[in-house]
Design a protein around this ligand. Structure first.
Ligand code: BTN
Length: 355
């Protein structure tokens, strides 16, 4: 793999220009036949390499594949696979073997994609299926902050890039016109009383047609009427998310600094995950600004229990507060939430702000 990485770097540095076979073979000190074999394998891995009698070129402009090479800042932390059982499985393996904070595992296709509550997640080609390995310096009960931060950042990225009117549904779905555009799944391991890693899996219907398998789902392509550039979307999201984590959630570097006694200049950081006592909105309050759950009649399914009522609030611990039909309030910390469809007249009144 080391040789392929070097080859990809040579083609990447040429920024779309053709590099001849003899030049590559001399730079890598391998035969031209070996160059040809590596190119063939890279093409099989999905890299968009154009071969001609003059040599080889990487088609960075036309390929939207989220492959490591294309991420100038993050090459080392992006792991791309044409097919995986699930990016969650691979990410867990990498996290256990020590891969750092903000590593990303992407698959073009998943054979066994997983959703929340052990559901199957259909993961055909064209979607954006990835898992982030995160190492926040937090105790396990605060892990939910990272999930909510990811939902906020993905929502904003989609809103900004495509001008889509998307909202978040408790706990971690992204909806467009009531249909599911993206879902988030997290898995965590702890060491002592702190998080060792929390992996956040994101399934975003980008260029796929989810409606073929799941009538209540929609993709960005369905809305835009054309394919979108997944790599730009992922890159924008990662930049935005990293910045948000930096502002709100202590990362591994903060832990190292604390241990070494160094004071970091963090005047702008809110630490809002703990206090919510300063000007900057907390993660939860930002999330509440973009949710379509609060105010809705909802049904919540957990493992073995079903609750119904009106969603009143999401508290600072991320729990959904519902008022049940008997008037009793209940806090729910996990589960799958279904918005009840409003009858048309009620919906119209609500849109006209008369409700
Ligand atoms: C849900 O809404 O139920 C969560 C869906 C999460 C799907 C993503 S796709 C990438 C990652 N790998 C998986 O197997 N699942 C998550």
């Amino acid at each position: 793999m080391a040789m392929k990485k070097k080859l990809i770097k040579i083609l990447g540095d040429a920024a779309g220009e053709i590099v001849s076979g003899p030049e590559i073979s001399s730079l890598l000190s391998i035969s031209r036949v070996a160059v040809w074999k590596h190119i063939k394998q890279l093409k099989e891995m999905g890299y968009d390499i154009v071969s001609s009698s003059r040599g080889y070129a990487l088609d960075a402009a036309t390929s939207d594949l989220p492959m490591p090479l294309y991420f100038t800042k993050r090459k080392e932390s992006i792991h791309y696979y044409p097919t995986l059982t699930s990016t969650m499985d691979k990410a867990r393996e990498l996290a256990r073997s020590g891969d750092p904070h903000m590593s990303v595992v992407i698959a073009e296709e998943q054979q066994n994609g997983r959703g929340r509550l052990n559901r199957k997640w259909f993961s055909q080609k064209g979607g954006l299926w990835f898992t982030l390995i995160l190492r926040p310096h937090l105790p396990p009960p605060l892990a939910y902050q990272v999930n909510f931060a990811a939902s906020i950042c993905l929502t904003r990225t989609i809103q900004q890039m495509f001008d889509m009117d998307v909202s978040v549904k408790w706990p971690n779905d992204i909806l467009f016109k009531g249909k599911k555009l993206a879902g988030l799944l997290s898995e965590m391991e702890t060491r002592g009383d702190m998080i060792s890693f929390v992996n956040i899996g994101i399934g975003l219907n980008a260029n796929n047609y989810p409606g073929e398998v799941e009538p209540n789902a929609v993709s960005i392509r369905n809305f835009m009427g054309k394919s979108i550039h997944r790599r730009t979307l992922l890159s924008n999201f990662l930049d935005h998310f990293e910045e948000t984590l930096h502002c709100h959630i202590p990362g591994p570097a903060d832990h190292d600094l604390k241990r070494s006694g160094v004071q970091k200049n963090n005047a702008h950081r809110s630490n809002s995950f703990q206090r919510g006592d300063n000007q900057e909105p907390t993660i939860i309050s930002q999330w509440k600004e973009m949710t379509s759950t609060i105010g809705k009649k909802v049904t919540i399914e957990t493992h073995g229990e079903i609750f119904q009522g009106t969603a009143m609030d999401v508290d600072e611990s991320g729990a959904l507060v519902i008022q049940q039909d008997d008037g009793i309030e209940k806090k729910i910390i996990y589960g799958d939430c279904f918005h009840q469809k409003l009858p048309t007249i009620e919906k119209e009144l609500k849109e006209n702000k008369k409700l």
